[in-house]
Design a protein around this ligand. Structure first.
Ligand code: ADP
Ligand code: ZN
Length: 632
């Protein structure tokens, strides 16, 4: 999430140009309007007659005067002359001019006054109107078009100028204190900061500093933030550019941008050059169909600039990517981006700290428990957490509170995960009932199994991101390993929503597609990646492609094996479905009561849920015991 204040820069100088453009447009429109009105007036006041009629009138002596215009004759009748074909009240007529040698002597003979108007237009004015204005107009239209392109492709006029896009800050003002967690990444960057502080210390001994480091990690984990913090800690200039800015539609532009960027960095050394999304230019050059000349040239330029620049000056290149596997090997060679700094998704403590960093500028109430929020946000990255804190603050304002309370934060977590509450989507009573049973089904399966996370909240208020209801579970602690039993239990929980619908209504709805998707991919991962199947033992069947992006699995095995894998997945799903059904059926009464309670309240807490459920489970235990007592 790289800010791009250069847009502001662009707009600044376009202000007076815009005014000039407007004036120009107004004057052009006025000129046109004047011409049109004039033409219209002439057309209205004069009437066109055939040339033969004109000659006839000349002979008959009706005509007072004739004005030879550039392409027609303007004829004024004598006062009182009433030729039969004349109907015009103004007495002025026009006719096209047919070159006729006899006409002038005839007019002289008849003593008719004739003349031709002198062009009073100054030659300068006409030159201005016919040349300068159109040229200016073309120029501005061209400018406007190129500016429109600018946003997407970086400008035709400024071909090769990287300045337009480079984001430069002399003082980032960001320090390591603003980056929570990521201690390993910080540690690797400390040396770079030291080097930037005092490059000579290193060059005196002859130690070569790394020219560049590659920050690798999923989006939103704080790679840009870390790069800025390095610049802030070292108090050096921060220049940043996104990899995609280099890739242009014109061959050679990217390369010249690279050159400019490095020139600028050298001028403002010591400095940090940060290239975001470097995979846009650094993609491996082989195995490409057709190839991409422009990108290749840009990459080559980048490589040669990196080799060429003087390290003693104090320039460090940081680059970020979430697809390190596609990068060209040449980029990763020693002397280039030879350091790789992994910026992982934050763990529990990391998340708690990130929340605290962002909460610094927000008024927090005394009941706020960041640890709990951190527990509920497993898998969230720094950007998500920053967003949640802000959402919570917004909610507090909406609620008319002075400070953020825990409830705001919990709601914000849900907003980020499931979208905003959609109060205007009205469910019919029947639908509400189905959704309610579905969600309670999930909750029951979670509560009745061992290896599951406790239920935090159940709601049937629809959300903007599509969920009609929502069961929130919260782990008691962060887990890094998941056992086979836990995975299976989670699949059971996922399938239990639909199972509850089946048990209660004996019908099937479309509401479970997301549950099914997640359950299936989990079951598949168990077998294809984690070696949790009897049949395949510890064989890997699928591998993860973009580890830092969607983490899509790609199969590594033959079609036959894949078919078998599908069968195994089906087995797991079937088994989980059966387990879910048994669980739900064993607590059909609790399902009824809790669902009715949920329909009434729309949102219930985990405690309310457990209170009702306990009535049934405790009873059961009691009856079990009495039964045992009786037998003994
Ligand atoms: P990336 O470059 O990895 O995609 P950014 O550095 O742009 O991610 O992070 C986006 C925002 O998320 C940051 O501006 C910051 O507000 C927040 N953020 C991310 N990671 C952290 C962190 N470790 N500590 C504090 N804030 C973070
Ligand atoms: Zn569900």
């Amino acid at each position: 999430m790289n800010e791009q204040p250069n847009n502001e820069k662009k707009d600044n100088n376009s202000g007076d140009k815009g005014l000039f453009l407007k004036l120009l447009l107004v004057s052009v429109i006025l000129t046109f309007a004047f011409n049109i009105i004039n033409t219209y007036r002439v057309l209205r006041e004069t009437m066109e007659i055939p040339y033969s009629t004109f000659l006839e009138w000349v002979d008959k002596g009706y005509i007072e005067s004739v004005v030879f215009k550039s392409d027609n004759l303007e004829i004024t009748l004598k006062k009182g002359a009433k030729p039969d074909k004349a109907v015009n009240t103004s007495g002025v007529y026009r006719t096209g001019y047919i070159p006729n040698d006899d006409l002038i002597p005839k007019l002289v003979k008849k003593k008719i006054e004739f003349s031709t108007p002198v062009e009073y237009n100054s030659p300068y004015l006409s030159f201005f109107l016919s040349w300068v204005i159109p040229l200016l107009l073309f120029f501005f239209i061209f400018r406007m078009l190129t500016r429109a392109f600018d946003g997407r492709m970086g400008g035709v006029m400024g071909v090769g100028r990287s300045n337009a896009k480079v984001y430069m800050e002399h003082e980032t003002g960001v320090t390591f204190n603003d980056v929570a967690g990521q201690d390993e990444a910080k540690e690797s960057l400390v040396e770079i900061i030291d080097y930037l502080h005092d490059p000579e210390k290193y060059s005196k001994i002859g130690a070569k500093q790394p020219k560049g480091a590659l920050l690798v990690g999923p989006p939103g984990t704080g790679k840009t933030l870390l790069a800025k913090a390095v610049a802030g800690e070292a108090k050096v200039t921060f220049l940043s550019l996104s990899g995609s800015d280099f890739v242009e539609m014109f061959v050679g532009v990217g390369a010249s941008r690279v050159r400019d960027l490095f020139k600028q960095a050298q001028e403002s050394a010591p400095s940090i050059v940060f290239i975001d999304e470097i995979d846009a230019i650094g993609k491996s050059r082989d195995n490409q169909i057709g190839g991409n000349d422009e990108r290749e040239q840009t990459l080559n330029q980048l490589l040669s600039e990196m080799d060429g620049f003087d390290t003693s000056k104090g320039i460090v290149i940081l680059a970020a990517t979430n697809r390190p596997e596609v990068l060209d090997k040449a980029l990763l060679r020693p002397g280039r981006f030879d350091r790789r700094i992994i910026v992982e998704k934050p763990d529990l403590i990391g998340r708690e700290n990130i929340l605290k960093v962002h909460a610094k500028n927000v008024k927090m109430g005394p009941d706020v428990d960041f640890k709990k929020i951190a527990l509920a946000t497993s898998g969230a990255v720094g950007a998500d957490l920053a967003n949640m804190v802000n959402e919570a603050a917004l909610r507090a304002v909406r609620m008319g509170r002075e400070e953020v309370v825990q409830e705001d934060l919990l709601e914000a977590v849900e907003v980020v995960i499931a979208g905003k509450e959609k109060k205007d989507r009205i469910l019919s009573d029947k639908e509400k009932e189905i959704v309610s049973y579905h969600e309670v089904g999930h909750a029951l399966a979670a509560a009745l199994q061992k290896n599951t996370q406790p239920v935090q909240k159940i709601t049937i208020v629809p959300r903007t991101m599509g969920a009609l209801g929502y069961t929130m579970q919260m782990p008691e602690e962060e887990k890094y390993l998941m056992s086979k039993d836990e995975m299976f239990a989670e699949i059971v929980v996922l399938l239990a929503g639909r199972t509850a619908e089946e048990v209660k209504f004996n019908s099937i709805t479309t509401g479970a597609s997301n549950d099914i998707e997640r359950a299936t991919s989990m079951a598949r991962a168990m077998i294809s990646q984690y070696g949790m199947s009897e049949h395949f033992d510890m064989m890997q069947l699928e591998s993860i492609q973009n580890r830092y992006l969607d983490g899509r699995a790609v199969s590594d095995c033959s079609a036959e094996t894949l078919a078998r894998l599908d069968n195994e997945v089906l087995e797991v799903i079937k088994k989980a479905h059966k387990t879910a059904r048994e669980l739900i059926e064993s607590q059909a009464d609790a399902l009824d009561e809790i669902s009715r309670f949920l329909i009434e309240r729309e949102t219930i807490t985990g405690e309310e849920f457990m209170d009702i459920l306990k009535k049934y489970t405790v009873q059961e235990e009691a009856t079990d015991e009495t039964a045992e007592n009786q037998t003994t």
